[in-house]
Ligand binder design. Structure first.
Ligand code: HEC
Ligand code: HEC
Ligand code: HEC
Ligand code: HEC
Ligand code: HEC
Ligand code: HEC
Ligand code: HEC
Ligand code: HEC
Length: 476
């Protein structure tokens, strides 16, 4: 009797599976070629069944763009947004008076050869979509992101960086370099984004509506996936190179090694806020340590949280002491939040040991390399052997910059994220070499009261030094 029941249950389950299989197969049947559509690509077009209510204007965007830009349509149709009935209109509908409304898009509603190109579907469309739009449905993520250094980086770099503030580089070097990572001020000219400023998905771009940043820096549109953002490559696009080699450091670390070996078994699509260390993945990624929640530490879109040092600064200070953008945090509270993540996979002793070593590395860098060199530089300026009116026009200024900005950071970041090669060979070893070179030159100048050679023509200097917020629309 018992056996028979099990048999019938198994049969029922099998029948259910077969049925589900048919439905799935049905849903994935290639679309029938539509009248007027080019036949070549049609069999690959993904069918999207619109079953729940959606305004006819929203249906028009989808149907027309399925033909015009199938890449965008397909991405959107595979997103969680499509599942939740969030349409193109929810993000791209503009207010009629909005300067960003693209007047030329209205022409799409005057077509005679396209069923969806008629006046009854007409809607004002904006191309630039900002965190302000996302905040209608994701207010917490936007609020957290908004207080981070990511959102404010444009302000920070203009306040403290000599390349910008003192015009040591020029417009094209900025637009194609700095701004692609840091973001730029997006300008609208005649209803269209100015091509010198858009496309740009820099993490701290200043938007025409005054909001800050770009969510697609990590969640590429139109999938807007969390899987994408959980992978280290999402961060590595910007966090690399001689001055902030976090992706290289990660790749060298044991954590990166484990990701390379086991990453294809991680449960990347675990629901938001439920991605569990040790269960869904066995080695952390950048997002695990800096953003995703675990234990008592909550998920955050503020990457300034969980940090106890300002490792990028010339002299390492606490985040609350970083003058250009003092964090409103207490370093001990933040350190404990990060430790809570580590403790999901490690013992207290292991984690405390790691942090003790990091603190020693910070002290070593500050006291042995940075402070003595800074003192000598100040001496040279005071004695007018180095000229103070312009930066980067004398060899020692470059050398000093690279000491803290390049190898000094590599040493500190390498130690923070478990990459011994970055701490020593790319870090302290290079610091030693640079220290000796600077001291040799400085001692010789002091001994002979010799002024430094000044480059007569510093190449490419002289860009516009007006901060963007002076010209940008008022910030919110
Ligand atoms: C009848 C066809 C059609 C309809 C309906 C339509 N579009 Fe478009 N759309 C186009 C074409 C064609 C382009 C230009 C594509 C190009 O430049 O390659 C375009 C461009 C765009 C752009 C790019 C920026 C710009 O302004 O050029 C956005 C954003 C956009 N459409 C969103 C929408 C939204 C949202 C809807 C629904 C409210 C919609 N479209 C309805 C055909 C259509
Ligand atoms: C969840 C919000 C959201 C939805 C839904 C959405 N978009 Fe977008 N779209 C964006 C964002 C963000 C960008 C990037 C804009 C920027 O950087 O300013 C973008 C950019 C675009 C662009 C210009 C980018 C390019 O590569 O040319 C087009 C065209 C576009 N969307 C069309 C559509 C269409 C068509 C749909 C519906 C099938 C749609 N969007 C649905 C948020 C959205
Ligand atoms: C009109 C409301 C609405 C707007 C506007 C909107 N979203 Fe969403 N978004 C949702 C809903 C609802 C879900 C949850 C879908 C689900 O339950 O899976 C979601 C889910 C997400 C997810 C999680 C996806 C995943 O893989 O689980 C991300 C990331 C996201 N949205 C980013 C954005 C960004 C970035 C913008 C702005 C460009 C935006 N959303 C605009 C409603 C919206
Ligand atoms: C590849 C992307 C990328 C480019 C290009 C880039 N940056 Fe950065 N920048 C970053 C990242 C990532 C950080 C964060 C460093 C950290 O915390 O380790 C950063 C930090 C900074 C900081 C804060 C720390 C400091 O140095 O005082 C300033 C200022 C800055 N960058 C200025 C610039 C300027 C000016 C340019 C162009 C001349 C530029 N950056 C080009 C990615 C970039
Ligand atoms: C620096 C990278 C990064 C940026 C920029 C970013 N996100 Fe995320 N986002 C993530 C990561 C990583 C997760 C996954 C967290 C987890 O593991 O659950 C996530 C998750 C989400 C989710 C799912 C719910 C949640 O909170 O976990 C939403 C919604 C979302 N992001 C919206 C946004 C919006 C809106 C913006 C722009 C203000 C944005 N994101 C900018 C990295 C980013
Ligand atoms: C589009 C470029 C870009 C991407 C993508 C990006 N970042 Fe950043 N990140 C920056 C820049 C620029 C800064 C420098 C902010 C400053 O100090 O001005 C920064 C700073 C940081 C900081 C230091 C914050 C502080 O308070 O000192 C952390 C931590 C960080 N990013 C983590 C991440 C993580 C984790 C990801 C991926 C999930 C990521 N970033 C993706 C550009 C980016
Ligand atoms: C095992 C956890 C872990 C992983 C994985 C990890 N980090 Fe970190 N990260 C840390 C710790 C710990 C610090 C130092 C925190 C402090 O200040 O107390 C740090 C510091 C940083 C900083 C320096 C901020 C400053 O002070 O200027 C940046 C930027 C950063 N991480 C980005 C990344 C990126 C990008 C990745 C992936 C390529 C990554 N991290 C991977 C734990 C991690
Ligand atoms: C998802 C689990 C997980 C998380 C979270 C995690 N680790 Fe690890 N970590 C590992 C594993 C697994 C190893 C490999 C240990 C071994 O060598 O067998 C490792 C290795 C290490 C190592 C040894 C590196 C070496 O090269 O010897 C250190 C140090 C370390 N982790 C520190 C940390 C710190 C600090 C944090 C938090 C900021 C952290 N880990 C977060 C799983 C994790």
């Amino acid at each position: 009797m018992k056996r028979q029941a099990v048999f019938w249950m198994a049969m029922a389950a099998l029948a259910g599976l077969l049925l589900a299989g048919t439905v799935i197969a049905w849903a994935q049947k290639p679309a029938k070629p539509q009248a007027g559509a080019a036949a070549v690509n049609v069999p690959k077009v993904k069918e999207f069944r619109i079953e729940r209510s959606m305004s006819k204007q929203a249906v028009a965007c989808i149907e027309c763009h399925k033909q015009v830009s199938p890449g965008i349509f397909t991405d959107w149709s595979m997103s969680r947004h499509a599942v939740a009935n969030i349409t193109c209109l929810d993000c791209h509908e503009g207010d009629k008076a909005d300067p960003g409304v693209d007047a030329t898009h209205y022409k799409q509603y005057e077509l005679s050869n396209n069923k969806w190109g008629t006046a009854e579907y007409r809607v004002p469309v904006v191309a630039v979509v900002t965190p302000k739009t996302c905040s209608r449905c994701h207010p917490d993520e936007v609020k957290q992101f908004d207080r981070s250094k990511h959102a404010h980086t444009n302000e920070i770099i203009w306040k403290i960086d000599l390349w910008l503030k003192d015009g040591m580089n020029n417009a094209v070097e900025r637009a194609s370099g700095c701004y692609t990572c840091h973001g730029t001020t997006v300008k609208i000219v005649d209803g269209k984004p100015d091509p010198m400023t858009w496309p740009n998905v820099g993490v701290g771009r200043i938007n025409p509506d005054g909001s800050l940043g770009s969510c697609s820096s990590c969640h590429t549109r139109h999938r807007f996936s969390i899987m994408d953002a959980r992978k280290p490559e999402a961060c590595g696009q910007c966090h690399l190179g001689p001055d902030h080699p976090q992706i290289e450091i990660y790749t060298e670390s044991k954590h990166g090694d484990i990701y390379a070996a086991f990453g294809n078994t991680y449960n990347w699509n675990a629901a938001p806020g439920t991605w569990t260390p040790g269960v869904d993945y066995r080695g952390p990624t950048c997002a695990s340590c800096h953003m995703s929640g675990a234990g008592t530490t909550l998920t955050t879109h503020d990457v300034t949280e969980r940090l106890s040092w300002e490792l990028q600064a010339p002299l390492t200070v606490r985040p609350s002491e970083f003058a250009a953008f003092p964090a409103k945090t207490n370093w001990e509270v933040e350190r404990n939040k990060m430790k809570e993540i580590c403790l999901q996979c490690h013992s207290q002793q292991w984690v405390d040991g790691h942090y003790q070593k990091l603190d020693e590395v910070v002290k070593n860098y500050n006291d042995i390399y940075y402070k003595p060199v800074k003192k000598v530089m100040d001496d040279l300026y005071a004695k007018k052997l180095l000229d103070q009116t312009k930066y980067f026009d004398e060899k020692l200024e470059f050398e000093f910059y690279e000491l803290w900005h390049h190898e000094g950071r590599r040493a500190r970041m390498g130690a923070a994220m478990m990459a011994p090669d970055y701490t020593w060979w790319h870090g302290f070893y290079e610091c030693k070499k640079r220290f000796c070179a600077i001291m040799e030159e400085a001692q010789d100048m002091l001994l002979h009261n010799r002024k430094a050679y000044r480059y007569p023509n510093f190449p490419g200097a002289g860009g516009d030094t007006t901060p963007p917020w002076v010209k940008a629309p008022a910030k919110k």
